[in-house]
Design a protein around this ligand. Sequence first.
Ligand code: ARG
Length: 471
Amino acid sequence: MTNKGSDDTTTSTANAMWGGRFAAGPDAIMEAINASIGFDKRMARQDIEGSRAHAAMLAATGIVRDNDAEAIREGLLTVLSEIEAGDFAFSTALEDIHMNVEARLKEVVGEPAGRLHTGRSRNDQVATDFRLWVRDQMDAAIAGLEALQRALLGQAEAGADWVMPGFTHLQTAQPVTWGHHMMAYVEMFGRDASRFRDARVRMNESPLGAAALAGTSFPIDREMTAQALGFDRPCANSLDAVSDRDFALEFLSAASICAMHLSRLAEELVIWSSAQFRFVALSDRFSTGSSIMPQKKNPDAAELIRAKIGRIFGANVALMTVMKGLPLAYSKDMQEDKEQVFDAADNLMLALAAMEGMVRDMEANVPALEAAASSGFSTATDLADWLVRALDMPFRDAHHVTGSLVKLAEDKGCDLPDLSLDEMQGVHSAITEDVFDVLGVHNSVASRTSYGGTAPVRVREQVALWRERLG
Ligand code: ARG
């Protein structure tokens, strides 16, 4: 058998799984709008894991004979290996992954296959599969974020004392260290990972055994299946279990925030790698050329990462909109939950991996960073602070005096450290030679030792702390 995708369009016969009360099969268009196999086949492994746990429980509780359950469990492994080998014919007539697997199981093991669906419904089955799938993606996102954080830590460690301009309004504000800038993103991506961790804790309850919506009269053991599938406990309310997709929404909102952070770093890389800034050189491995302009090296990966937020946030809005206003419990609307999440997850993982590679490989242009840090009167605040400390001036007055000095330098076409002491004293007579100590960018960053500040000592402490946290 080969995997031909889902292109058969049987219309004549009623569905083998639920067609008992039907005289005719569905219209081809009905089948097309109804089927989810084209995308939910991605949950095959989770579906089979869930069914194996269910079958083991049915045997343990005496609902199904041991030998039947064993045949089911073995047969499911055969089906899984066929799917993983790409050797499985998915059928649109069988709608979704749940019925495709069960139908094939029937062919493999015969009569016992019909006993698998005892005490369960596709409603709790799909809720279980999807939770397992999203849970794996949360783990993958956390791993991707940690890898990216490690790449940033490498940059921060190398450049704990490289100076660069810190910006507000993208105007030169004060000198900061390269390491400090890198560590800002380590903090952001750390919070992103913790959002996935928090969401994982909340979602880790098993819907399996909620059945269609009301539970079941069979003496099932929901603790047992929950445990087998790595859930902390069964969901406490069967209606809630089959009808909410808030866990997927939490994944998408954490993914959206993370993608937003990625887009900001991506934007900085685009700016920094431009000929006008030349703060960094991106590696050839993560750049592309132009087919007409031979000199070009484009930061395409950064631009694409910058754009990924669009579809990820779009997925969040789409699923929120699907879920809004749905009455309890399951409605078929909820089949529209998966494609958006799959797409968002794929693109988030890709963006994280690409960003990790770019950050790891990029080379800072240390002289260019320092030159930029030293221009634009970036140490004006240091000068004002010096006037407060050395001359006991109120900060507001110091701000004013410094403004006059900046004006003077600007008129002369030079920077603050290029003014002579005479010129400075012309603005305020009490200024002394010592002021020049604070006008250099290295002194400026070294002086900002307040907790969370940009001084290289503080940066190195944070690098060490994060290295310990990431293990
Ligand atoms: N393919 C369906 C989905 O993804 C599975 C659940 C179908 N349940 C039902 N009552 N028709 O939502």
